[in-house]
Structure formats: structure tokens, C-alpha cells
Design a protein around this ligand. Structure first.
Ligand code: NAD
Length: 447
């Protein structure tokens, strides 16, 4: 199967939304291309004594609304195309939740599961050495993404501080609490997704106790949203990670599953090297709950097509494609991953009447609390977990309503509505620097 370009997918989403809004040609021109791209070669002395040179990227997509903001991904499939797509989505995500940031993204081509913790630390510090001039609290603020986490953010912030010769906590978010991290940041993406999922469930009249959920990806985002859903009474019947998944008709307890994954799956100190499929032999997942024995293995492909009420892709891009979109049975898809649905698949889901909460809204809780962390770092004044969660809930519910109102008014899908909302906000920032009309008038004044 030909691999779909993530950036082409992101661009086609943007072009579709541009067809529905009246914004200046200036804004359209600015938004079609990334501002700046950097590619770096990162030499690291490995434990074996060999020198490995890793490839890394950082893309600033747009900073009209504020400093660029975007995570750093470690994955063997990272490419410039993917990083560009993720940086475009970040630009629109920050505008959807109306936080004063532009969009960026970074990535390193590496399988972190194959590195020792020492190698991982060296690579993380060396990546910051390479991109030091490209980031900063007023220019571009990184955060965690796939296979990076708060320990890695801590090393990166520390490296930046060493080069800068002063403590600059606001340069990176998603740091450990003891280094200026925010309460609630680790679970924020999952929590934000849970808030908007509840809003959609209300519209679709789905009651938690009668609602089944299948969830692809069991990392930071997948595990946390699973916890919140389970706690609210939803039945999470299937979860998976890169190696496969488990299915249980009576519902899975995400904490038991995570404990099992950690115990059986050789969880590294800071990078998950285990797998949910280790739970296959964990009979106690079933027995402790209901003794029904209705637990089984499931592939990632099967999970997506399960007969459930809600499907939550929380792993990587391009999971729902034209090949499987017609087989999706869920009534609600909550895109916790970035770009999990291709453009062609999106059309199919819309035709089938499936309600999709798009990634740029569904997973915006993470960047929202990253913004809170940046604000707290700059103020030197820290908030309680309750304050963080309340502010997050207010923003997610408000912007869900804004997007849904546009959907109803313009008779478009939720993704297009989210882009329309974001485009309006970004184009105001473009226009604030002067419009064609303004400059042509001043030309005639001076003549
Ligand atoms: P993570 O590294 O914590 O977890 C990734 C999970 O996906 C792991 O369970 C891994 O096993 C699984 N996975 C990897 N390849 C897979 C495959 N082919 N099929 C099924 N599962 C697979 O990453 P994360 O931070 O949870 O990020 C997950 C998604 O959420 C990504 O798309 C990321 O860009 C997006 N996201 C993350 C944040 C955040 O705050 N961490 C914020 C917004 C969006």
C-alpha cells in the first residue's frame, strides 16, 4: 500500500477549509507554506564506542499568533514531510483553542527502544545543541510527543540552560514538576480529549454505562484518556499498542492493563519498551473482574473495525484509510493522535454520518496545559492541579461549542469547522500587520 504523505493530507484539509472562508489572499499565501525548516545531523558516541549520526528536524510553520509551539518525536519513521504536517496541525490547534502560539514540530529519526538510557540522554542533549539557536521561550517552545517524555524534556531543558548559562524553564514544556513543570501536564492531552468526547457523547445521546470504546495506542495519551473514560463508567473494551492489542467484552481496567504491560513488558526507566500484548497471558485482567473468560488478542487493524460506539485512535498518522474507512462501525471517532485519518477516509466517514472530533480539537488539551506551564514559568507562580484542570475544562468545552456551532451553521463536518474557526483567528493576526487594502490606500495618499 502506497504510504500517504502526511503533509499532503494536512494541506488538503487546509485547502478544503479555505473553500468555506472569506479570508485575504495574504493569509492564504502565508498559511500554505512553513516559515523555516532546519535539518541537523546529530553525532552520538554509543555505548559500544561507535559513533552514530542521527538525523533531526525542526520546523517553524507559522508564528503570526505568537511563538511557535510543538513537540519533539523520536521514531524510526520520522521524516521532514511528517514534521511539516505536524507543525501545520500545531499552528491550527493553537488557534482552535485560542492560545497565543504559532505552530512548530521537531523529530529525530531513531528507535529509542534500541538505545540505553545513557545513549538516549546523550542524543537528547545533542539534539538541543544542534537546534539551540532555533528555539527559545519567545521563539519556539518544544514539548513531548511520541516516544519522548518528561525525563527527556528535563534533559533538554537542562542542556538549553547550560548553553544559555541561565535557568530558562519556559523554553520547554512537559518538564518534570521539580524543574518547573505544570501540575496536570502529563495527563492533559487525555483529559482534554475526555472533556470534548463527553460533549459529543451528549449530542449523540451516548450514556457512559451503555457505551463501548476501542482505543488504539496505549502511551501517554491513550492510557490517560482510557483512565478517564473508565472512571466515568464508559466500557473500554479494546486497547492496543505497537505490538497488538487485547479485547474484553466486559471492559478493561486501564490501570491493571498498564501494570501488566509494565511488569511483563520490560518497561525501561523512561521509555516504554513493553507491549500491551504481554497482557494476553495475564489471565487476572479477566478473572479479577468478572471471571467470564471473554478476553482475547486483537490486531490493530481488527481493533479499528470493532463494533463499538466510540473509536479513539491515539497512536500515529494514517490509521483510518480508504481501505478500512467503510468498515468503521463506531458512531463517534475521537482523534487523539495527530492525523490518524487520511483525506479519502475522512470523506467516507462523513458520508457514513460518523461524528469525528478532529485532532486539532480533540488532542489540544496537551498544548493548552503546555501554555499554562509556560505562563507559570514566566510568572514564577505555580497553580494547583484543580486550577489547571478547571481552566482546561473551560477552554475545551468553549472551543468544542464554537466548532460545533460553525458545523451547524455552515453545514460542514467538525474538521472543516475547526479549520474555519482557526483560519478566522490566524487571518486576523495576518491582517493586523496591514492588508492589501490598507497599503493600496496609503499608496494613493502619498501620490
Ligand atoms: P507515546 O509514545 O506515549 O505512545 C505511543 C503509543 O502508540 C504507544 O503505546 C505505542 O506502542 C503505540 N503505537 C506506536 N505505533 C503503533 C502502531 N503502529 N499501532 C498501534 N499503536 C502504536 O505517545 P503519545 O504522546 O501518547 O502520542 C500518541 C499520539 O498523540 C501521537 O499522534 C501524538 O502526536 C499525539 N499527541 C500527543 C500529545 C502529548 O501531549 N503527548 C499531545 C497531542 C497529540
Amino acid at each position: 500500500m502506497a504510504r500517504i504523505s502526511a503533509f499532503e493530507n494536512a494541506q488538503s484539509q487546509l485547502e478544503k477549509a479555505l473553500g468555506f472562508v472569506k479570508i485575504s489572499d495574504d493569509a492564504k499565501k502565508v498559511l500554505r507554506k512553513p516559515n523555516e525548516i532546519i535539518e541537523v545531523s546529530i553525532p552520538v558516541r554509543m555505548d559500544s564506542g561507535d559513533l552514530e549520526v542521527f538525523t533531526g528536524f525542526r520546523v517553524h510553520y507559522n508564528d503570526y499568533r505568537g511563538p511557535c509551539k510543538g513537540g519533539i518525536r523520536y521514531h524510526p519513521d520520522v521524516s521532514l514531510d511528517e514534521v511539516k504536517a505536524l507543525s501545520l496541525w500545531m499552528t491550527f490547534k493553537c488557534a482552535v483553542v485560542n492560545i497565543p502560539f504559532g505552530g512548530s514540530k521537531g523529530g529525530v529519526v531513531v528507535n529509542p527502544k534500541e538505545l540505553s538510557n545513557q545513549e538516549l540522554e546523550k542524543l537528547s542533549r545533542a539534539y538541543i545543541d544542534s537546534i539551540y539557536n532555533f528555539i527559545g521561550p519567545d521563539t519556539d517552545i518544544p514539548a513531548p510527543d511520541v516516544y519522548t517524555n518528561e525525563i527527556i524534556m528535563g534533559w533538554m531543558a537542562d542542556e538549553y540552560n547550560k548553553i544559555n548559562r541561565r535557568l530558562t524553564p519556559a523554553v520547554i514544556t512537559g518538564k518534570p514538576l521539580s524543574m518547573g513543570g505544570s501540575q496536570g501536564r502529563e495527563a492533559a492531552t487525555g483529559r482534554g480529549g475526555f472533556f470534548v468526547l463527553n460533549e459529543a457523547a451528549r449530542i449523540l445521546k451516548l450514556h457512559p454505562e451503555d457505551t463501548t470504546v476501542a482505543l488504539q495506542g496505549f502511551g501517554n495519551v491513550g492510557y490517560n484518556i482510557a483512565r478517564f473514560l473508565h472512571g466515568a463508567g464508559y466500557k473500554v473494551v479494546a486497547v492496543s499498542d505497537s505490538k497488538g492489542g487485547i479485547y474484553h467484552t466486559h471492559g478493561i481496567d486501564p490501570d491493571v492493563t498498564m501494570d501488566t504491560k509494565k511488569k511483563d513488558g520490560k518497561m525501561g526507566e523512561c521509555i516504554c519498551s513493553g507491549s500491551i500484548s504481554a497482557c494476553r497471558k495475564a489471565e487476572h485482567v479477566t478473572c479479577a473482574k468478572c471471571n467470564c473468560g471473554e478476553i482475547g488478542q486483537i490486531t490493530n487493524e481488527e481493533l479499528l473495525e470493532l463494533d463499538v460506539d466510540i473509536l479513539v485512535p491515539a497512536a500515529l498518522e494514517n490509521q483510518i484509510t480508504k481501505e478500512n474507512a467503510d468498515n468503521i462501525k463506531a458512531k463517534l471517532v475521537v482523534e487523539m493522535a495527530n492525523g490518524p485519518t487520511t483525506g479519502e477516509a475522512d470523506e467516507v466517514l462523513n458520508e457514513k454520518g460518523i461524528f469525528v472530533i478532529p485532532d486539532i480539537l480533540a488532542n489540544a488539551g496537551g498544548v493548552t496545559v503546555s501554555y499554562f506551564e509556560w505562563v507559570q514559568n514566566r510568572a514564577g507562580f505555580y497553580w494547583s492541579q484543580d486550577e489547571v484542570n478547571e481552566k482546561l475544562e473551560t477552554i475545551m468545552q468553549r472551543e468544542f461549542k464554537n466548532v460545533h456551532d460553525i458545523k451547524e451553521k455552515e453545514k460542514v463536518d467538525m474538521r472543516t469547522a475547526a479549520y474555519i474557526l482557526a483560519l478566522g483567528r490566524i487571518s486576523e493576526a495576518v491582517a493586523a500587520k496591514g492588508t492589501r487594502e490598507y497599503f493600496m490606500k496609503s499608496e494613493s495618499r502619498s501620490s
